[in-house]
Design a binder for this molecule. Structure first.
Ligand SMILES: Cc1cc2nc3c(=O)[nH]c(=O)nc-3n(C[C@H](O)[C@H](O)[C@H](O)COP(=O)(O)O)c2cc1C
Length: 354
Protein backbone atom coordinates (compact mmCIF):
# COMPACT_ATOMS: atom_id res chain seq x y z
CA UNK A 1 0.00 0.00 0.00
CA UNK A 2 1.35 3.42 -0.87
CA UNK A 3 0.19 6.96 -0.46
CA UNK A 4 0.34 9.16 -3.51
CA UNK A 5 -1.34 12.31 -4.74
CA UNK A 6 -3.76 10.09 -6.71
CA UNK A 7 -5.58 8.49 -3.85
CA UNK A 8 -6.80 11.45 -1.84
CA UNK A 9 -8.52 14.80 -2.31
CA UNK A 10 -9.77 13.87 -5.75
CA UNK A 11 -12.51 16.36 -4.98
CA UNK A 12 -10.99 19.67 -3.80
CA UNK A 13 -11.72 20.81 -0.27
CA UNK A 14 -12.17 24.45 0.79
CA UNK A 15 -11.77 25.66 -2.80
CA UNK A 16 -8.55 23.73 -3.23
CA UNK A 17 -6.86 25.23 -0.19
CA UNK A 18 -6.48 21.86 1.57
CA UNK A 19 -3.49 19.81 0.38
CA UNK A 20 -3.17 17.04 2.99
CA UNK A 21 -5.22 13.84 3.47
CA UNK A 22 -5.53 13.94 7.28
CA UNK A 23 -7.25 16.36 9.64
CA UNK A 24 -8.08 16.52 13.34
CA UNK A 25 -11.63 15.77 14.51
CA UNK A 26 -13.65 18.16 16.67
CA UNK A 27 -13.76 16.71 20.20
CA UNK A 28 -15.18 18.39 23.28
CA UNK A 29 -12.47 18.70 25.93
CA UNK A 30 -9.73 17.45 23.58
CA UNK A 31 -9.50 19.49 20.35
CA UNK A 32 -8.61 22.70 22.19
CA UNK A 33 -5.98 25.20 21.18
CA UNK A 34 -3.16 23.34 22.96
CA UNK A 35 -3.85 20.06 21.14
CA UNK A 36 -4.08 21.91 17.83
CA UNK A 37 -0.71 23.56 18.50
CA UNK A 38 0.73 20.13 19.33
CA UNK A 39 -0.64 18.46 16.19
CA UNK A 40 0.50 21.41 14.09
CA UNK A 41 4.03 21.09 15.47
CA UNK A 42 4.22 17.66 13.81
CA UNK A 43 2.92 18.84 10.41
CA UNK A 44 5.44 19.05 7.58
CA UNK A 45 5.98 22.61 6.34
CA UNK A 46 3.33 23.71 3.87
CA UNK A 47 0.56 21.41 5.14
CA UNK A 48 -2.89 22.93 4.70
CA UNK A 49 -5.57 21.03 6.54
CA UNK A 50 -8.83 22.17 8.16
CA UNK A 51 -8.53 22.85 11.90
CA UNK A 52 -11.61 22.21 14.06
CA UNK A 53 -12.75 23.73 17.30
CA UNK A 54 -14.58 21.90 20.03
CA UNK A 55 -18.29 22.15 19.23
CA UNK A 56 -19.65 25.65 19.90
CA UNK A 57 -23.25 26.28 20.89
CA UNK A 58 -25.09 28.74 18.65
CA UNK A 59 -27.20 29.72 21.65
CA UNK A 60 -24.09 30.83 23.55
CA UNK A 61 -21.85 32.20 20.79
CA UNK A 62 -23.83 35.42 20.18
CA UNK A 63 -23.25 36.48 23.80
CA UNK A 64 -19.58 35.46 23.95
CA UNK A 65 -16.44 37.32 23.07
CA UNK A 66 -14.54 35.06 20.68
CA UNK A 67 -10.99 34.42 21.80
CA UNK A 68 -11.94 34.98 25.44
CA UNK A 69 -13.66 31.67 26.23
CA UNK A 70 -11.60 28.46 26.65
CA UNK A 71 -13.30 26.92 23.59
CA UNK A 72 -12.50 29.86 21.31
CA UNK A 73 -8.84 30.35 22.11
CA UNK A 74 -6.76 30.01 18.96
CA UNK A 75 -3.17 30.23 17.81
CA UNK A 76 -3.29 31.20 14.14
CA UNK A 77 -4.70 27.89 12.88
CA UNK A 78 -5.50 28.27 9.21
CA UNK A 79 -7.81 27.25 7.64
CA UNK A 80 -9.97 27.22 10.76
CA UNK A 81 -13.33 25.44 10.45
CA UNK A 82 -15.22 25.85 13.75
CA UNK A 83 -17.98 23.39 14.51
CA UNK A 84 -21.40 24.67 15.53
CA UNK A 85 -24.27 23.01 17.32
CA UNK A 86 -27.66 24.48 16.50
CA UNK A 87 -31.01 24.23 14.77
CA UNK A 88 -32.55 27.74 14.79
CA UNK A 89 -31.95 30.37 12.15
CA UNK A 90 -31.45 33.50 14.27
CA UNK A 91 -28.77 32.11 16.62
CA UNK A 92 -27.10 30.33 13.69
CA UNK A 93 -27.06 33.60 11.72
CA UNK A 94 -25.53 35.59 14.58
CA UNK A 95 -23.03 32.84 15.39
CA UNK A 96 -21.72 32.17 11.91
CA UNK A 97 -21.38 35.87 11.06
CA UNK A 98 -19.34 36.31 14.20
CA UNK A 99 -17.19 33.25 13.45
CA UNK A 100 -16.51 34.35 9.88
CA UNK A 101 -15.54 37.87 11.01
CA UNK A 102 -13.21 36.16 13.47
CA UNK A 103 -11.48 34.35 10.57
CA UNK A 104 -13.34 31.06 10.05
CA UNK A 105 -12.62 29.71 6.57
CA UNK A 106 -15.56 27.33 6.79
CA UNK A 107 -18.28 26.26 9.20
CA UNK A 108 -18.99 22.66 10.20
CA UNK A 109 -22.43 21.68 11.47
CA UNK A 110 -22.63 18.98 14.14
CA UNK A 111 -25.15 16.27 13.23
CA UNK A 112 -23.43 13.55 15.20
CA UNK A 113 -23.55 14.43 18.88
CA UNK A 114 -25.50 11.55 20.51
CA UNK A 115 -25.88 12.78 24.11
CA UNK A 116 -29.39 12.66 25.53
CA UNK A 117 -29.62 16.47 25.78
CA UNK A 118 -29.01 16.73 22.01
CA UNK A 119 -31.71 14.13 21.36
CA UNK A 120 -34.19 15.96 23.62
CA UNK A 121 -33.53 19.35 22.07
CA UNK A 122 -33.32 18.25 18.45
CA UNK A 123 -29.76 19.13 17.57
CA UNK A 124 -26.63 17.07 16.99
CA UNK A 125 -27.53 13.60 15.76
CA UNK A 126 -31.23 14.28 16.45
CA UNK A 127 -31.22 16.28 13.20
CA UNK A 128 -30.72 12.95 11.42
CA UNK A 129 -34.28 12.09 12.40
CA UNK A 130 -35.69 14.66 9.96
CA UNK A 131 -33.91 14.85 6.60
CA UNK A 132 -35.90 17.87 5.40
CA UNK A 133 -35.21 19.92 8.49
CA UNK A 134 -31.52 18.92 8.50
CA UNK A 135 -31.25 20.17 4.92
CA UNK A 136 -32.98 23.38 6.04
CA UNK A 137 -30.34 23.85 8.75
CA UNK A 138 -27.66 23.55 6.06
CA UNK A 139 -29.52 26.05 3.85
CA UNK A 140 -29.84 28.61 6.65
CA UNK A 141 -26.17 28.24 7.59
CA UNK A 142 -25.03 28.60 3.98
CA UNK A 143 -27.28 31.67 3.59
CA UNK A 144 -25.57 33.52 6.44
CA UNK A 145 -22.02 32.14 6.44
CA UNK A 146 -20.64 33.22 3.06
CA UNK A 147 -17.93 30.55 3.47
CA UNK A 148 -18.13 26.80 2.73
CA UNK A 149 -20.37 24.85 5.10
CA UNK A 150 -19.79 21.19 5.92
CA UNK A 151 -21.68 18.64 7.99
CA UNK A 152 -20.29 15.99 10.32
CA UNK A 153 -22.75 13.16 10.77
CA UNK A 154 -23.20 9.57 11.87
CA UNK A 155 -24.70 6.56 10.13
CA UNK A 156 -28.05 7.61 11.61
CA UNK A 157 -30.49 6.91 14.42
CA UNK A 158 -31.13 3.37 13.23
CA UNK A 159 -29.70 1.04 10.61
CA UNK A 160 -31.22 2.19 7.31
CA UNK A 161 -28.72 2.81 4.57
CA UNK A 162 -31.32 3.90 2.02
CA UNK A 163 -32.28 6.65 4.44
CA UNK A 164 -28.63 7.61 4.98
CA UNK A 165 -28.07 7.97 1.23
CA UNK A 166 -31.24 10.07 0.87
CA UNK A 167 -30.17 12.13 3.86
CA UNK A 168 -26.70 12.99 2.51
CA UNK A 169 -28.08 13.74 -0.96
CA UNK A 170 -30.42 16.22 0.75
CA UNK A 171 -27.47 17.89 2.49
CA UNK A 172 -25.61 18.12 -0.81
CA UNK A 173 -28.61 19.65 -2.56
CA UNK A 174 -28.95 22.16 0.29
CA UNK A 175 -25.43 23.43 -0.36
CA UNK A 176 -23.12 21.42 1.90
CA UNK A 177 -19.56 21.84 0.59
CA UNK A 178 -18.44 18.49 2.00
CA UNK A 179 -19.50 15.97 4.60
CA UNK A 180 -17.64 13.90 7.17
CA UNK A 181 -19.12 10.51 7.98
CA UNK A 182 -18.50 8.74 11.27
CA UNK A 183 -20.26 5.49 10.35
CA UNK A 184 -21.69 4.47 13.70
CA UNK A 185 -25.31 4.66 14.75
CA UNK A 186 -26.33 7.16 17.38
CA UNK A 187 -26.98 4.32 19.83
CA UNK A 188 -23.46 2.98 19.40
CA UNK A 189 -21.93 6.21 20.73
CA UNK A 190 -18.25 5.33 20.15
CA UNK A 191 -18.58 1.59 20.79
CA UNK A 192 -18.58 -1.21 18.26
CA UNK A 193 -16.96 -1.06 14.86
CA UNK A 194 -17.19 1.88 12.46
CA UNK A 195 -18.60 0.52 9.17
CA UNK A 196 -16.19 1.93 6.58
CA UNK A 197 -18.30 0.37 3.78
CA UNK A 198 -20.81 3.13 4.40
CA UNK A 199 -18.16 5.77 3.75
CA UNK A 200 -17.48 4.18 0.36
CA UNK A 201 -21.18 4.04 -0.52
CA UNK A 202 -21.86 7.61 0.60
CA UNK A 203 -18.84 8.80 -1.40
CA UNK A 204 -20.24 7.08 -4.51
CA UNK A 205 -23.65 8.64 -3.97
CA UNK A 206 -22.36 12.24 -3.83
CA UNK A 207 -20.39 14.69 -5.95
CA UNK A 208 -19.02 16.73 -3.03
CA UNK A 209 -15.94 15.59 -1.08
CA UNK A 210 -16.48 13.00 1.65
CA UNK A 211 -14.21 12.70 4.68
CA UNK A 212 -14.03 9.36 6.44
CA UNK A 213 -13.83 9.08 10.22
CA UNK A 214 -13.82 6.35 12.83
CA UNK A 215 -11.38 3.77 14.20
CA UNK A 216 -8.28 5.07 12.45
CA UNK A 217 -5.54 4.30 14.95
CA UNK A 218 -2.23 4.39 13.08
CA UNK A 219 -0.55 5.22 9.78
CA UNK A 220 -1.53 1.88 8.21
CA UNK A 221 -5.18 2.60 9.05
CA UNK A 222 -4.97 5.96 7.21
CA UNK A 223 -3.83 4.14 4.09
CA UNK A 224 -6.46 1.46 4.54
CA UNK A 225 -9.28 3.95 4.92
CA UNK A 226 -8.21 5.94 1.85
CA UNK A 227 -7.82 2.78 -0.21
CA UNK A 228 -10.91 0.92 0.96
CA UNK A 229 -13.37 3.82 0.94
CA UNK A 230 -12.05 6.24 -1.71
CA UNK A 231 -12.71 9.05 0.76
CA UNK A 232 -11.10 12.40 0.00
CA UNK A 233 -9.49 12.82 3.38
CA UNK A 234 -9.35 11.06 6.74
CA UNK A 235 -10.50 12.80 9.91
CA UNK A 236 -8.92 11.38 13.06
CA UNK A 237 -9.96 12.01 16.64
CA UNK A 238 -8.55 10.00 19.51
CA UNK A 239 -5.56 8.50 17.69
CA UNK A 240 -4.34 11.87 16.45
CA UNK A 241 -4.50 13.17 20.01
CA UNK A 242 -2.49 10.09 21.08
CA UNK A 243 0.06 10.11 18.24
CA UNK A 244 0.09 13.61 16.74
CA UNK A 245 3.22 12.61 14.79
CA UNK A 246 0.85 10.70 12.49
CA UNK A 247 0.95 13.97 10.52
CA UNK A 248 4.71 13.53 10.13
CA UNK A 249 4.33 9.82 9.22
CA UNK A 250 1.79 10.68 6.51
CA UNK A 251 3.91 13.63 5.32
CA UNK A 252 6.93 11.39 5.01
CA UNK A 253 4.97 8.87 2.94
CA UNK A 254 4.09 11.77 0.65
CA UNK A 255 7.75 12.79 0.32
CA UNK A 256 7.31 15.98 2.33
CA UNK A 257 10.05 17.54 4.48
CA UNK A 258 10.27 16.88 8.22
CA UNK A 259 8.32 19.21 10.50
CA UNK A 260 10.17 22.33 11.65
CA UNK A 261 12.39 21.50 14.61
CA UNK A 262 12.68 17.83 13.55
CA UNK A 263 15.19 18.32 10.72
CA UNK A 264 17.58 15.37 10.42
CA UNK A 265 15.45 13.11 12.68
CA UNK A 266 13.68 9.95 11.62
CA UNK A 267 9.96 9.73 12.19
CA UNK A 268 9.03 7.59 15.24
CA UNK A 269 7.82 4.21 14.03
CA UNK A 270 8.76 1.35 16.39
CA UNK A 271 6.80 0.71 19.61
CA UNK A 272 9.56 2.17 21.78
CA UNK A 273 10.19 5.15 19.48
CA UNK A 274 6.50 5.96 19.57
CA UNK A 275 6.40 5.42 23.35
CA UNK A 276 9.20 7.94 23.81
CA UNK A 277 7.52 10.41 21.47
CA UNK A 278 4.28 10.10 23.46
CA UNK A 279 6.25 11.30 26.49
CA UNK A 280 7.76 14.25 24.60
CA UNK A 281 4.33 15.14 23.21
CA UNK A 282 2.84 15.12 26.74
CA UNK A 283 5.50 17.55 27.94
CA UNK A 284 4.90 19.86 24.99
CA UNK A 285 1.16 19.65 25.59
CA UNK A 286 1.61 20.60 29.25
CA UNK A 287 3.77 23.60 28.32
CA UNK A 288 1.19 24.74 25.79
CA UNK A 289 -1.73 24.19 28.15
CA UNK A 290 0.09 26.36 30.68
CA UNK A 291 0.35 29.16 28.12
CA UNK A 292 -3.41 29.21 27.50
CA UNK A 293 -5.26 27.81 30.52
CA UNK A 294 -5.39 28.33 34.27
CA UNK A 295 -3.89 25.43 36.23
CA UNK A 296 -7.36 24.23 37.20
CA UNK A 297 -8.55 24.16 33.60
CA UNK A 298 -5.31 22.97 32.05
CA UNK A 299 -4.69 20.10 34.47
CA UNK A 300 -8.26 18.91 33.98
CA UNK A 301 -7.76 18.96 30.23
CA UNK A 302 -4.42 17.13 30.51
CA UNK A 303 -5.91 14.35 32.65
CA UNK A 304 -8.77 13.98 30.18
CA UNK A 305 -6.21 13.81 27.37
CA UNK A 306 -4.46 10.97 29.20
CA UNK A 307 -7.74 9.17 29.80
CA UNK A 308 -8.52 9.23 26.09
CA UNK A 309 -5.03 8.46 24.79
CA UNK A 310 -3.00 6.44 27.30
CA UNK A 311 -4.75 3.20 26.26
CA UNK A 312 -2.17 2.90 23.49
CA UNK A 313 0.64 2.70 26.07
CA UNK A 314 1.62 -0.61 27.65
CA UNK A 315 1.53 0.98 31.13
CA UNK A 316 -0.90 3.82 30.43
CA UNK A 317 -2.77 3.23 33.68
CA UNK A 318 0.38 3.81 35.70
CA UNK A 319 0.91 7.14 33.94
CA UNK A 320 -2.68 8.15 34.71
CA UNK A 321 -2.23 7.27 38.37
CA UNK A 322 0.94 9.37 38.61
CA UNK A 323 -0.77 12.33 36.94
CA UNK A 324 -3.91 12.06 39.07
CA UNK A 325 -1.78 13.16 42.02
CA UNK A 326 0.01 16.21 40.54
CA UNK A 327 -1.38 19.57 41.70
CA UNK A 328 0.51 21.94 39.40
CA UNK A 329 1.87 22.04 35.85
CA UNK A 330 5.39 21.61 37.28
CA UNK A 331 4.40 18.51 39.27
CA UNK A 332 2.73 16.94 36.25
CA UNK A 333 5.73 17.69 34.07
CA UNK A 334 7.96 16.07 36.71
CA UNK A 335 5.73 13.00 36.88
CA UNK A 336 5.65 12.60 33.10
CA UNK A 337 9.41 13.11 32.75
CA UNK A 338 10.16 10.48 35.42
CA UNK A 339 7.74 7.97 33.90
CA UNK A 340 9.39 8.23 30.49
CA UNK A 341 12.96 7.82 31.82
CA UNK A 342 12.33 4.09 31.29
CA UNK A 343 11.53 3.00 27.71
CA UNK A 344 7.76 2.67 27.14
CA UNK A 345 5.95 0.75 24.44
CA UNK A 346 3.13 2.28 22.45
CA UNK A 347 0.91 -0.13 20.55
CA UNK A 348 -0.35 0.48 17.04
CA UNK A 349 -3.87 -0.42 18.06
CA UNK A 350 -5.84 -0.67 21.27
CA UNK A 351 -9.47 -1.39 22.08
CA UNK A 352 -11.21 1.97 21.99
CA UNK A 353 -13.78 1.91 24.76
CA UNK A 354 -14.51 5.64 25.17
C1 LIG B 1 -13.97 13.16 23.97
C2 LIG B 1 -14.66 13.25 22.65
C3 LIG B 1 -15.42 14.36 22.33
C4 LIG B 1 -16.05 14.47 21.09
N1 LIG B 1 -16.71 15.61 20.78
C5 LIG B 1 -17.19 15.77 19.50
C6 LIG B 1 -17.70 17.02 19.06
O1 LIG B 1 -17.70 18.02 19.79
N2 LIG B 1 -18.19 17.11 17.81
C7 LIG B 1 -18.19 16.04 16.95
O2 LIG B 1 -18.64 16.16 15.82
N3 LIG B 1 -17.69 14.86 17.34
C8 LIG B 1 -17.17 14.71 18.58
N4 LIG B 1 -16.58 13.53 18.93
C9 LIG B 1 -16.52 12.42 17.96
C10 LIG B 1 -15.20 12.49 17.15
O3 LIG B 1 -15.11 13.68 16.40
C11 LIG B 1 -15.08 11.28 16.21
O4 LIG B 1 -16.17 11.31 15.32
C12 LIG B 1 -15.09 9.94 16.96
O5 LIG B 1 -14.25 9.99 18.09
C13 LIG B 1 -14.63 8.81 16.05
O6 LIG B 1 -13.36 9.09 15.52
P1 LIG B 1 -12.00 8.45 16.12
O7 LIG B 1 -12.19 6.95 16.16
O8 LIG B 1 -10.92 8.88 15.16
O9 LIG B 1 -11.82 9.02 17.49
C14 LIG B 1 -15.95 13.40 20.17
C15 LIG B 1 -15.19 12.28 20.49
C16 LIG B 1 -14.52 12.20 21.70
C17 LIG B 1 -13.67 10.99 21.98
Amino acid sequence: MTLSGNNYLQRPLLNGKVNFPVCLAPMVGLSHVALRVLVKSYCPPGVQTPWPTEMLSTWRLPKEELGQTPETLRAGEDPLVPQILGNEEQPIKESVRKLVEWGAAGIDINMGCPVSKALRHNYGVALMGDADYAAEVVRMTVRHAGVPVSVKLRAGLQQDEEFLLRFVRGLEAAGAAWITLHPRLSTQKRRGVADWGQIARVRSALKIPVLGNGDVQCFEDVLAMLTQTGCDSVMIGRALAARPWLMWQVGEALGMANPDGHEGETVPSTETEEGAEYGRACLLLLTTLERYFTPEDGLKRFRFHLRMTSGWLEFGHALMTICARGKSYAELRGGVATFFVNPQRMYKRTSLRE
